[in-house]
Design a protein around this ligand. Structure first.
Ligand SMILES: Nc1nc2c(ncn2[C@@H]2O[C@H](COP(=O)(O)OP(=O)(O)OP(=O)(O)O)[C@@H](O)[C@H]2O)c(=O)[nH]1
Ligand SMILES: [Mg+2]
Length: 326
């Protein structure tokens, strides 16, 4: 049996267990907890019951403002002249029958899906957009400062939450614009999860047109317990089924010589999380090479993914899925 077949069999047996439990009168939320399956999975089951398919149905998401022909023209213009500005493009397209919004429509066309599901970078070195997520006090803001090489985010030792609002900062590193969005910590005792998530979701718009990677920040000084697992589950439930395709675990508080593999190999659940994160893991320690290494790791993965990034549409889809379940 190859890997795909094994995965299919595992997914099938999971679905059978879910259906069996549901048939016995258990609610979706209870089953989600018992089987450690994201609650969004059930939206697909509900969708199947209503529509007889789990495929994407037409009529969802934002309507395209321009037709494929015009889209191809815009993409060709950028291929020919990668440094063309939105203003110049708009001037060249003046008189087209469709309404072209200078900033949004043109930008979306340059980055939108081409044939073969790949994305066309508008420049040779497209910017890298990073969103930091994690529990309160693990070092999200500290990591943002380390990555950008400056004290841009407020970071301090504290018994209560420090970062309250999402904050976006940007710096050119080795000729590449690196955007970092810091977010408030999850499981902060002063706020409900819903309030915190409402603020954290703003990071997607701040990282416009969408983050290439979510860094789930964990500290090697803390144990990976049920609380951390709950935090990951709540990120997954909020950002939906695509989340792990754009996620890397970032460990903080490493010291020179810390062997991170020793840290997670003894913890089955943490190991499982790392396996699920398509972008792998990285340890921030005190070596000067740590940041270039992290950025290279992310850039290589983004290139392998042909520049894809998490989008506001994916967030909308996740919100709809959550509403269907509740
Ligand atoms: N030396 C060292 N200190 C760290 C590291 N990560 C975090 N810290 C320290 O831990 C404390 C908390 O870090 P923050 O960056 O404020 O944590 P946060 O996750 O942004 O916290 P909230 O905004 O409250 O959610 C600060 O005093 C940091 O200096 C690390 O990798 N190395
Ligand atoms: Mg912070």
């Amino acid at each position: 049996m190859n890997m795909d077949q094994r995965k299919q069999r595992r997914e099938l047996s999971e679905e059978i267990r879910i259906i069996d439990k549901h048939g016995k009168g258990k609610g979706y939320k209870t089953i989600s907890k018992q089987l450690a399956v994201p609650v969004t999975t059930f939206a697909n089951i509900k969708k199947f019951k209503v529509h007889g398919t789990v495929a994407n149905l037409p009529g969802h998401g934002h309507k395209r403002k321009i037709d494929p022909r015009l889209n191809r023209r815009i993409v060709r213009m950028v291929e020919k002249e990668p440094r063309i500005t939105a203003k110049e493009m708009q001037a060249e397209l003046q008189g087209e029958e469709q309404d072209i919004h200078r900033d949004k429509t043109l930008k979306m066309s340059c980055f939108s899906k081409k044939e073969g599901d790949s994305l066309l970078p508008a420049e040779e070195n497209p910017e890298l957009r990073i969103v930091l997520l994690g529990m309160v006090g693990v070092g999200k803001s500290f990591s943002g400062n380390t990555i950008l090489g400056n004290d841009l985010f407020h970071s301090k030792r504290s018994l209560s939450a420090v970062t309250e609002k999402c904050q976006k900062e940007m710096r050119k590193i080795n000729n590449q614009n690196v955007v970092v969005v810091d977010t408030p910590g999850l499981l902060n005792i002063d706020q409900t999860e819903e309030e915190i998530m409402r603020e954290i979701k703003k990071s997607i718009n701040l990282a416009e047109p969408g983050p290439h990677v979510f860094l789930i920040v964990l500290s090697v000084k803390e144990r990976y317990t049920k609380k951390e697992e709950e935090m990951v589950k709540s990120i997954h439930d909020t950002f939906g089924k695509n989340t792990m395709d754009y996620t890397m675990v970032l460990f903080t508080n490493g010291e020179e010589g810390t062997k991170i593999e020793d840290f997670f190999s003894g913890n089955k659940n943490l190991h499982e999380l790392i396996k699920k994160c398509k972008y792998g893991y990285h340890l921030l320690d005190s070596r000067p090479e740590q940041v270039p290494e992290l950025l290279k790791k992310i850039t290589d993965k983004v290139q392998a993914a042909e520049g894809r990034y998490y989008t506001a549409e994916m967030l909308q889809e996740a919100e709809t899925a959550l509403k269907t379940v509740h």
